[in-house]
Design a protein around this ligand. Sequence first.
Ligand SMILES: Cc1cc2nc3c(=O)[nH]c(=O)nc-3n(C[C@H](O)[C@H](O)[C@H](O)COP(=O)(O)O)c2cc1C
Length: 182
Amino acid sequence: MTVIEAIKNRRSIRKFKQTRVPRKDIETLIDAARYAASGANMQPIKYAIMENGAEVYPLTKWAGYLTEWEPAENERPLTYIAILGDTAVKNSFEPDAGAAVTTMMLLAEEMGLATCWLGAIDKKAIKEMLGTEREVLYLLAVGYPAQESRVVEMKDGSVKYYEDENDVINVPKRSLDEVLEN
Ligand SMILES: Cc1cc2nc3c(=O)[nH]c(=O)nc-3n(C[C@H](O)[C@H](O)[C@H](O)COP(=O)(O)O)c2cc1C
């Protein structure tokens, strides 16, 4: 798989097979994130592997554009990576966290793994669950895909992804013409 294929094929997946991803594969993702670009090379991001998916799930929110939708109990992720900010290193984390999560998502794509980046999370409860001093930034759900998702042309300016009659998630993306301003 080439990098451009990983970039274009990667989609947020919100239904997962109930087979656990080996911890060593999760560590491979985190190891890759160490190589991501970092402002002033401060590298303030830390990671925690959470293999207690059933306990983490109630602290997450899924697919805001799909009304009253959530993965069924037997479709939920078993594993999450918590993305943490180390305040002993620095107090702002956003660009570094984005670079790190993107790096992990693209490698996951190459490894045949599915991911969903989660920002709508109960950070306080996750912090308590982890017993960490770090700032909780995001979760990355990781598993084997049990859902299809694809990019579609954006119509009527709507950014809302939707599920079609074949249970495929359709994700509108802005065209090159729209995003390229000169
Ligand atoms: C910062 C950030 C936070 C996100 N939080 C959530 C979330 O809490 N729940 C969810 O289901 N998806 C979440 N997503 C996934 C987005 O909905 C998804 O990336 C977007 O719809 C585009 O789809 P794609 O990733 O398949 O290209 C988040 C993505 C980003 C970048």
